[in-house]
Design a protein around this ligand. Structure first.
Ligand SMILES: NC(=O)c1ccc[n+]([C@@H]2O[C@H](COP(=O)([O-])OP(=O)(O)OC[C@H]3O[C@@H](n4cnc5c(N)ncnc54)[C@H](OP(=O)(O)O)[C@@H]3O)[C@@H](O)[C@H]2O)c1
Length: 311
């Protein structure tokens, strides 16, 4: 099959269309013919070699951890899915480094899969798993946002931030967010009550006594400064210092747990119109397409997701 792989860690030019073997599925996995995948910052961080300490991958490595496509084979233990089902998922990160989603086929464990609602295109479905599950797990499972609370969501125009804003509004919160001025109208349209231009304004100057902070930009001290003494903060970007852990507020880090059940809930919220999927651009499945996608994601000013249309 064709896959876009890297043969060593480095810049976007390392991404090259390559012929490799299709993944072989285990008994609890399905094989998905990939119709679309999307880019997340972990992709270019991995490409740069920043995950070396966590994964001892063998080259060539296939990056990419969002998939939407159609099942072409099922393992003998798979109960809930069948050949022909349209599905989406954030697959596991496999230790061999060969099973990313910049590929024509991807292997996915059954418990990571959700059926793709017919109302969503493959591109929209591919935008949801990694960023959407992260937003859902932080807003719903970790921060446990309640109606009437005030929450700050950093980097509102990012893949995670856009979904997190809409989920926090869905759960009844008042939402402040940070963004560049060109994204303010979009974020207000999606429900943000206050959009702070982080280029000109420090959040500490305008926000006080917040119940919760969702940190996506490794600015934990800034977040702590606007929280109530009993407030909560979760960061998905960076490690906490001893001083930050010693604060009166509840401060923690979160790493996404792929989960098909929660992904299905997110898909339903999109179908109900409670969450809109924002796509920054759709690029082709090619050496040039993936290189461009990584450059744009790394520049960190996209609004929503960068999608790769695979077939
Ligand atoms: N721990 C986990 O499990 C997990 C899961 C997902 C993501 N992450 C991490 O979370 C971070 C965000 O992910 P993402 O997918 O949302 O990224 P993304 O889509 O690439 O975010 C891009 C957005 O970041 C905004 N931005 C950049 N610098 C900013 C700043 N200083 N203040 C406010 N906004 C800023 C930009 O907004 P403007 O153009 O408006 O400036 C842009 O829209 C990444 O570091 C990613 O690796 C962690």
């Amino acid at each position: 099959m064709q896959a876009v792989t890297i043969k060593q860690y480095g810049g976007p030019e390392e991404l090259q269309l390559t012929e490799i073997d299709r993944p072989k599925i285990a008994t609890d996995e399905v094989l998905v013919a990939v119709r679309a995948t999307s880019i997340n910052p972990i992709d270019w961080k991995a490409r740069q070699g920043l995950l070396k300490g966590m994964y001892d991958w063998q080259f060539p490595v296939v990056l990419g951890w969002d998939v939407a496509g159609v099942i072409t084979a099922v393992g003998s233990d798979v109960k809930k899915f069948k050949v022909g089902d349209a599905v989406f998922a954030r697959p596991d990160i496999y230790t061999d480094g060969r099973r990313g989603t910049y590929a024509e086929y991807a292997a996915v464990k059954e418990d990571k899969l959700a059926l793709k609602p017919a109302e969503l295109s493959f591109e929209q479905a591919a935008a949801l798993p990694l960023a959407g599950l992260t937003a859902y797990q932080v807003i719903h499972d970790q921060l446990k946002i309640q109606a009437g609370e005030r929450v700050l969501i950093q980097a509102g125009a990012g893949g995670v931030g856009l979904i997190a804003i809409q989920l926090a509004k869905y759960f009844g919160a008042t939402v402040a967010t940070t963004a560049s001025p060109n994204h303010a109208a979009l974020l207000k349209q999606l429900g943000a009550d206050e959009v702070i231009d982080y280029h000109t304004t420090a959040i500490q100057d305008v926000l006080h006594d917040y119940d919760a902070v969702f940190d996506t930009i490794n600015a934990v001290d800034d977040g702590l400064a606007i929280l109530k003494p009993a407030g909560r903060l979760v960061t998905i970007d960076g490690q906490l210092t001893a001083a930050q852990k010693a604060q009166s507020q509840a401060v923690s880090t979160w790493w996404l747990q792929p989960n098909g059940r929660e992904l299905a809930i997110l898909g339903d919220l999109v179908v109900q119109g409670q969450v809109k999927v924002v796509i920054d651009q759709v690029l082709p499945f090619s050496t040039a397409g993936l290189q461009q996608a990584h450059r744009d994601s790394e520049a960190s000013h996209s609004a929503g997701k960068i999608i790769i249309r695979v077939s």
